[in-house]
Design a protein around this ligand. Structure first.
Ligand code: ADP
Length: 494
């Protein structure tokens, strides 16, 4: 992959993107369209269908019909596997086009997008394709006059609501296991990042997925997302996004058919640096990457840096040096370390957090500003705020932007206390040379993922999910399968 391949695609016209319903590309029922602005320059990139409630209902009806007639669930596992493997191949074959399209839509730096988006999506689809014929039912240890069988059945229609930070990667986390287990799916990409995921969905049909098994509807969360949430015909809702929307989805479920709701929400993940870290300069580099890549728009971002008091000043100076050396700008340049903030409203929100942090006594040691405004794009300098007290806004609320809050601690107990002082529990890290301390921190920090002497970078083999208000259920690994099956008991008298 070189820069000239990317540049060749950078200004390519992007056609209007329609819904994908029952295997057909369809405009909105009222022909409504939404403008898609590129965060790179704030200019119109293309338009997508502005879905109506009727569009979403048609997509759900199509998914339901495809599930009931077993056109997918009824196929032999080997046949389903073949289609999904072909889909993964097609995603890989189109990786550059998908990545560039996604970056023009959402602003992620291309170096990261290539790996994290089509690369990871193809890997995830392949992982579940390969798994699907290795999942067995069970025979229960009943008394000898009974045969107790436990079947694993698809749940039916899965609704998947996807955010804008990594649409293809997160989309694949839901679509891979959902489709592998024989479900039919309705997909709802985010308003500000639907293009690459819609194209990826279309490739599934090219790979041989029967029409109606995967439907995708673009539009506003409050319209098409709500219709999906309130549907009596969606059996499971899987979601990654904000806590506010997650809460709504649970309400929709309670108000309709009590569909199962799995939420992967935000975080305020602590990155805990002890003076006995094996390599403090490596720790500083990784800490900066762990919050600033993709402009901080990463649910597991290490947004709270907890530093042992005796190395606080030295470590802050080192992270600041690393942050100031990270190149912010054109997301389509391979040299860029930090791309664009996804939207103007997100940028304003990020800057608002900096104002509040200052007002609450924090000191902005670097960044804190919108930059490169002349490009028309939404760029923000990597921002470090010291003196962030555990109860303050920056320590408690997820920014979802390139803003790192720093808090000192004096002992292991204090580090744990601060680490566990938010409503979240998604990720975290500890940097230490002590095996015992590392294991104590793994045990005591309330979180779904804990890193030791690194930050980020897991693969499909391990689950990702939060505790507390970071959500429930897991993406990735064989544990994700549980969300997409029903257990059925057969109790047979012999
Ligand atoms: P953000 O505020 O960062 O955009 P959201 O949680 O609002 O995060 O967005 C994540 C996804 O949730 C998007 O696909 C969005 O369209 C969808 N969404 C937003 N509001 C609703 C809603 N009321 N019902 C269902 N989905 C929604």
């Amino acid at each position: 992959m070189n820069q000239s391949n990317i540049d060749a695609l950078r200004t390519q016209a992007v056609p209007f993107r329609a819904h994908l319903i029952d295997g057909k590309l369809l405009p909105a029922s009222d022909n409504g369209r939404m403008d898609v602005l590129s965060p790179i320059d704030g200019q119109l990139l293309t338009q997508v269908a502005r879905g109506t409630a009727a569009d979403m209902q048609a997509a759900i009806a199509s998914a339901r019909a495809s599930f009931e007639d077993k056109r997918w669930a009824g196929q032999p596992p080997a046949a389903r596997k073949k289609v999904l493997l072909k889909w993964a191949d097609l995603i890989e074959a189109n990786a550059l086009e998908l990545a560039v399209l996604g970056v023009r839509d959402n602003g992620t730096e291309i170096g990261m997008a290539l790996k994290a988006e089509p690369g990871s999506a193809a890997g995830t689809i392949r992982y579940y394709a390969e798994a699907l014929d290795k999942i067995y039912g069970e025979v229960a240890p009943t008394s000898s006059d009974i045969l107790g069988l436990i079947h694993k059945e698809p749940v039916g229609v899965v609704g998947a609501i996807i955010p804008w930070n990594f649409p293809m990667m997160i989309g694949a986390w839901k679509l891979g296991p959902a489709l592998a287990m024989g479900n039919s799916v309705v997909l709802k990409p985010a308003e500000t990042a639907s293009l690459s995921l819609m194209r990826m969905a279309e490739l599934a049909l090219e790979a041989g997925l029967p029409p109606g098994v995967l439907n995708a509807v673009t539009g506003e969360g409050a319209v098409v997302g709500e219709t999906m949430g309130l549907s009596m015909d969606v059996d499971v809702l899987v979601f990654t996004g904000s806590g506010a929307t997650g809460r709504r989805l649970m309400e929709y479920s309670a108000r309709s058919n009590m569909k199962r709701v799995y939420l992967e929400l935000g975080g305020k993940s602590p990155n805990i640096i002890f003076a006995d870290a094996p390599d403090l300069s490596e720790a500083a580099k990784v800490a900066a990457a762990g919050i600033f890549r993709n402009a901080g728009q990463v649910c597991v971002a290490g947004s709270r840096l907890l530093i042992e008091t005796c190395i606080h000043d030295e470590f802050v100076a080192e992270v600041t040096r690393v942050a100031e050396g990270m190149r912010v700008g054109d997301p389509l340049s391979l040299e860029t370390a930090i791309g664009a903030v996804n939207s103007e409203s997100q940028l304003k929100q990020n800057l608002g957090f900096v104002v509040t942090a200052r007002a609450e006594g924090g000191e902005v040691v670097t960044g804190g500003e919108r930059i490169l405004q002349e490009t028309g794009g939404y760029f923000m300098s990597p921002t470090i705020v010291t003196g962030v007290t555990p109860g303050s806004t920056l320590a408690q609320k997820e920014v979802f932007g390139p803003v790192l809050g720093v808090t000192p601690f004096a002992s292991d107990d204090e580090a744990v206390l601060i680490a566990n002082s938010t409503v979240y529990g998604l990720a975290g890290a500890v940097w230490t040379s002590s095996l015992a301390r590392a294991h104590r921190m793994i045990r005591d920090v309330r979180t779904g993922v804990m890193h030791v002497n690194t930050y980020g970078g897991a693969d499909n083999t391990v689950p990702l999910g939060g505790v507390g208000q970071s959500g429930n259920g897991h993406d990735k690994s064989m544990h994700a399968i549980e969300k997409y099956i029903n257990l059925k008991t057969a109790w047979i008298k012999l």
